[in-house]
Structure formats: C-alpha cells, structure tokens
Design a protein around this ligand. Structure first.
Ligand SMILES: NC(=O)c1ccc[n+]([C@@H]2O[C@H](COP(=O)([O-])OP(=O)(O)OC[C@H]3O[C@@H](n4cnc5c(N)ncnc54)[C@H](O)[C@@H]3O)[C@@H](O)[C@H]2O)c1
Length: 320
C-alpha cells in the first residue's frame, strides 16, 4: 500500500482518488482554495457537489497546510486548475518536496520576462525547483471516471520507468494507462485542445463542426511541432482523443456554440455561463501575446481569429 496525496478537491482531483483507492492505496485529499469543496470533502457523507456522488468513506480529507505537505507521501498529485499552479509551486518549494509529483492540470503559462511559453511541468521545475515531475493527460470526464466508466489516459515522463511506476499505482481495470516520453507534446496538446474545442463548438451544424475539427487537428499538429513536441502526439490520447471529448460536450464547446451564434465572449459568459470556468478562454488570454508576436499567422488561422475575438471581445468570425 502506497501513500498518495491529491491536492485539489475539485471534480478531477476527487474523481482521480477513485482508481487510486481501488488500487489499494492509502489516499488523502486536500483543498487549498475552495470553501465549497472543503465543505463537501469534510462532510460526513462526502457528497461532492460537482460530481453529484458520495465519495468513499476510506478517502481521507485533511486541511491544507505546510505540515501536511511535509509528511512522507509516495506520490503527490496536483489537480488544481491553471490559476493555482504558481500558488502550489511556491508551497511545494517552501516545503522542499522530494516525492514524485504527478500533474493533472492542463494549460500553458506565458513567462513575460523571458517572453516564452512554458509547459506546467517546465514552469514548476524552472521557477519552483521541483524535480521528479510526471504528467497525466488525456480524455477524461471526471463525472464518468468517478462512476468507474472505462477511461484511457496517458502518463508522460522522459524517464519512462518513472511513468510506468506511477501507472502501476493508479491504473485499474477501468482506468487504463498509456505511456510516453513526449512530455512537451502531451502538455501542449492537452492545453490547446481547450481552445480548439471552443472553435469546433462554434460550428453551427455537425457538418461545419467536422470541418473545423479536421482543420483544428492540422493546427494542433503545427503548434505541437513548433513547441518541440512530437507531431504524432497530436494523434494520441492527449491530442485528438481529448479534443473529441471536449468538442462533444463540456464547457469549452458550450461557450464556443454561443460565440458561433454571434455573441461576444463577455455577453455569452454573463448571459449563459456566469458561474462556469471556461478553460479555453483562460488559456487564450495567457498565450495570446506570444502567439500574436511569434507565430506565423497563416499557419494557424483558426487560432488567430479566435484569440482576436476573445482579446478584443469581438464577434467570432470563422474563416476556413
Ligand atoms: N489529466 C486529466 O485526465 C484531466 C481530466 C480533466 C480535467 N483535468 C484538469 O484538471 C484541472 C482541474 O479540473 P477540475 O475539473 O477539477 O476543475 P474544478 O473547477 O472542479 O476544480 C478546480 C480546482 O482548482 C482549484 N483552484 C482554482 N483556482 C485556484 C487558485 N487561484 N488557487 C488555488 N487553487 C485554485 C479549486 O479550488 C479546485 O481544487 C484542470 O486543469 C483540468 O483541465 C485533467
């Protein structure tokens, strides 16, 4: 039995504890930010308000603290959303964490000073001196995983032995794991699919969305290669795999459908999705300054149009 700490009691962090528990591990979850999730996880019946399910009694909840981080864990899992990455990087650096880290968060970070885009694992390593970082990405709806629906994801580490050791801890008959050494490619794909699923969602018929899907894959392949990932990663679970699930349903494509109907982002957000986080929009704001300056606009016309619409709060004009 290994000791696993999951940081982030949102939908994904909580769902991820299920295969970890089923694999016979001792699993602790902690929540540093959201009062709603703290209430859910510390309640007697552990009813999770986002997942609409009672989590298992054997899942341990602990308040977030430096003392907790300093305890010895065999694996620390980061399941916060992108805005929490700097916070947790600082906390883990302060506690001089040496345990292996597994990052579930999807996204990219723009480093203003260096004028560079960093993947999350690179950012945690560069800015917060964290070592031994693996990443887990792929098509996974937390609501399905928590109900043990078959799910396939991919763990990446340049040292494939470390990735496989983690896979052994977390895989079950319903949570299937693939492995890769292409950390950059997988992080880039799993982040930008949030933007492309909004673009596909903007198609106003299945025919037009299919066209946008195909063009999106071409752009994803270009961007993956640009950031020095492997082109073929685009065709894997973190690329087209995750793009499919995000485009078929989810908050990004839902927002995309309003943009496609002619609403500006701000109006659509206020009118239809006031309390929902739209990760594709957060990422668009993060990477737009870099994309506009550094990347050949002709290679990624869908992305460029989309970023202009979000940043300038203008109507989205799809050009294919
Ligand atoms: N790897 C995978 O298989 C997979 C699958 C689905 C989602 N995800 C990713 O997991 C992450 C979390 O998704 P979710 O569905 O659980 O979202 P959620 O909204 O349910 O939970 C978000 C979590 O981040 C925390 N958080 C938000 N803002 C924060 C801040 N400023 N500082 C500190 N913590 C903050 C919240 O408290 C909560 O714990 C996202 O990046 C998502 O893309 C990964």
């Amino acid at each position: 039995m290994k000791k696993i700490l999951v940081i982030g009691g949102g939908a994904m962090g909580s769902a991820f504890t299920i295969p970890c528990l089923d694999n016979g591990n001792s699993v602790t979850i902690t929540e540093p930010y959201s009062i709603r999730f703290i209430k859910n996880l510390s309640s007697k019946n552990k009813f999770h308000s986002a997942l609409k399910i009672n989590l298992p009694k054997k899942l341990k909840f602990r308040n977030f603290s430096s003392e907790l981080l300093k305890e010895k864990f065999d694996l620390i899992v980061i399941a916060l959303s992108l805005p929490g990455i700097d916070f947790i990087g600082k906390e883990l650096m302060k506690c001089k964490i040496r345990s292996p880290i597994l990052v579930l968060t999807k996204g990219l970070k723009y480093q203003k000073k260096a004028k560079k885009i960093f993947t999350i694992s690179k950012k945690l390593n560069n800015d917060y001196k964290l070592k031994n970082i693996s990443i887990l990405k792929g098509p996974c709806l937390a609501k399905e995983l928590v109900r043990k629906k078959q799910t396939s994801v991919i763990i990446a580490n340049k040292n494939i032995k470390i990735a496989k050791a983690i896979g052994k801890l977390v895989s079950t008959r319903y949570y299937l794991i693939e492995y890769s050494k292409d950390v950059v490619g997988i992080e880039v794909c799993s982040a930008i699919k949030n933007i492309y699923s909004m673009i596909i969602g903007a198609g106003q018929s299945l025919n037009s969305s299919s066209n946008l899907f195909q063009k999106s894959v071409i752009e994803m392949r270009y961007l993956t290669k640009y950031f020095k990932g492997k082109e073929e990663t685009t065709l894997g679970l973190a690329g087209v795999g995750d793009l499919y699930v995000s485009a078929a349903g989810g908050r990004n494509s839902k927002m995309g459908s309003y943009l496609g109907k002619g609403f500006t982002f701000k109006i659509a957000k206020k009118k239809f999705m006031p309390y929902e986080t739209v990760e594709g929009e957060q990422l668009a704001r993060e990477i737009a300054p870099f994309i506009f300056k550094k990347i050949d606009k002709k290679k990624i016309p869908l992305m460029i149009n989309f970023l202009r619409a979000i940043i300038n709060n203008k109507k989205l004009k799809i050009k294919v």
